[in-house]
Design a protein around this ligand. Structure first.
Ligand code: UDX
Length: 467
């Protein structure tokens, strides 16, 4: 069937199941990707675990623009935290989840909503086996940067053999700048820490050659060399990021459709009111994402570094971290605000924020780049050291707070970095780069941009398939 302009008409759009790992840093980008697919006339069902699904329906019902379904990961009452350790969690999710995902696909078919494609988180590659069992299109979704994926692919191929502990420079990695061990993902440089997560990130490549599409939440123009290298290794590889809601990339777009996902309750009104009377670019925003956990000695150094910098600061300290704040701490509430969670994008986009002290989680890094906010990188673990390296040395978007001899970033270093970004020449240069990257990120997902073309191509191929 074709319309009067000769374009094919499809009454029943292709149906994709999108299956993230149940963690904020994975659900957020896959939810935003789902919304981009919907804008390309794909029907999307976001598949959450039962535990996450219960938490969000209680907290944020009605804020999603995609269909939601849930499957069991074997921990319906406590989620990942309830598992003995990450390996037990991932193994159980594979065992229980394979059956649950199969049943969901059958249920959708019985309900007249047959599934055509499964987009799955790279950390749970067994979803591809399920998709293939039903003869469906399978698409891997890589939640980390191209550079980090390239490094893990080197490990998978045996081209890097961890631990890479020497302080020397790794020159031999094509598509990547020279890297010191401190620039590598911590799971590679500190081999043996978190073996289950390391296993999942290397193991993502075990069946990836069978995937029909490999999406990476990055932008070609941001990491063209690593992306080109990966494309040679993985012919189905494409970049589809940033998965930052469009309204933050282009202020002309309406604000009512794109909400992030959060299992933490944001103190948004409080934050936005507090930010509202601060001059442009005057506030240091500090956040370490949804997982990273600083020691109390580090929290104390950070606290004093922020105070001593003399700048306004808005610091996200999750409820579980609160007890680590210095005892009897006090500061002028006009000068600083500590909240347990906020809507980070809204805060970064407020204009009041002049500097982002970040752990360099990949989503936070993309958000900082997309809004052109200068960063002070304080990487903690996994991919964050590599993201910090690129933030400072490749994209010129920040400085890196260096560890002291005791392994802590000391208060003087925090103060120095904040001042360098907020007051120094460096800050001027970073803000100039910020304007450039902001446009690069926006252009990538705007009509005809590099990521938009990849998403359109994918949507088009699914639509052709159901015609
Ligand atoms: C994890 C890993 O740590 C990270 O390195 C990996 O790349 C993705 O998975 P996380 O540590 O939570 O994620 O960091 P990040 O990737 O930055 O994601 C955090 C998300 O939470 C961001 O989208 C950020 O906007 C959001 N956030 C954070 C809030 O909405 N409010 C906050 O107060 C803090």
């Amino acid at each position: 069937q074709r319309n009067s302009s000769g374009e094919p008409i499809h009454d029943t759009p292709p149906h994709c199941l999108v299956v993230p790992l149940p963690a904020t840093g994975h659900i957020n980008p896959m939810l935003q990707f789902s919304k981009r697919l919907i804008s390309k006339r794909i029907r999307v069902t976001l598949v959450l675990t039962r535990f996450v699904s219960k938490s969000i329906t209680a907290a944020r019902e009605g804020e999603f623009n995609v269909c939601l379904e849930s499957i069991s990961d074997g921990f319906d009452d406590g989620g990942m935290e309830a598992a003995e350790n990450t390996r037990v969690y991932l193994d159980t999710f594979r065992e229980v989840g394979s059956g649950a995902l199969s049943r969901l696909i059958e249920k959708q078919s019985d309900a007249g909503e047959p599934v055509h494609c499964v987009v799955y988180d790279h950390c749970i590659p067994w979803c591809l086996d399920v998709a293939k069992k039903f003869g469906l299109v399978g698409a891997a979704f890589l939640t980390q940067s191209c550079a980090v994926d390239a490094i893990y692919n080197h490990v998978y191929q045996g081209l890097i053999r961890p631990p890479v502990t020497e302080q020397g420079i790794l020159r031999a990695l094509p598509g990547l700048p020279p890297l010191k061990s401190e620039d590598l993902p911590s799971l590679v440089s500190k081999f043996g820490t978190y073996p289950a997560i390391f296993g999942a990130l290397v193991g993502q490549f075990s069946n990836i050659d069978e995937a029909d599409w490999v999406f990476c939440n990055s932008v070609y123009e941001l990491e063209n060399e690593a992306a080109d290298w990966l494309s040679k290794r993985l012919p189905k590889f494409t970049t589809i990021g940033p998965t930052v809601p469009s309204m933050y990339l282009d202020k002309r777009l309406k604000a009512d459709v794109d909400y992030g996902f959060s299992i933490f309750k944001p103190s948004n009104e409080l934050c936005m009111n507090w930010l509202g009377n601060k001059p442009n670019g005057s506030v240091v925003y500090v956040s370490f994402g949804s997982l990273a956990s600083l020691g109390s000695a580090q929290m104390e150094e950070l606290f004093w570094g922020l105070n001593n910098s003399g700048h306004y600061f808005l610091w996200v300290v999750r409820k579980t971290e609160e007890a680590k704040l210095p005892k009897n701490y006090c500061f002028n509430p006009e000068k600083g605000l500590i909240v347990s969670w906020c809507s980070q994008l809204e805060v970064l986009a407020s204009g009041a924020v002049g500097c982002f002290v970040t752990h360099c989680g990949w989503n936070s890094t993309l958000e900082g780049l997309s809004l052109g906010v200068p960063m002070v990188a304080m990487p903690q673990w996994t991919d964050q050291p590599t993201n910090a390296k690129f933030t400072r040395d490749v994209w010129g978007m920040g400085v890196r707070a260096e560890d002291g001899e005791n392994g802590l970033v000391m208060r003087e270093e925090v103060e120095r970095c904040v001042k360098e970004v907020m007051e120094g020449e460096k800050g001027v240069e970073i803000r100039r780069n910020g304007d450039k990257w902001k446009n690069v990120m926006k252009d990538a997902v705007s009509e005809g941009g590099s990521s938009d073309r990849c998403i359109s191509q994918f949507a088009g191929s699914l639509i052709n398939q159901v015609l």
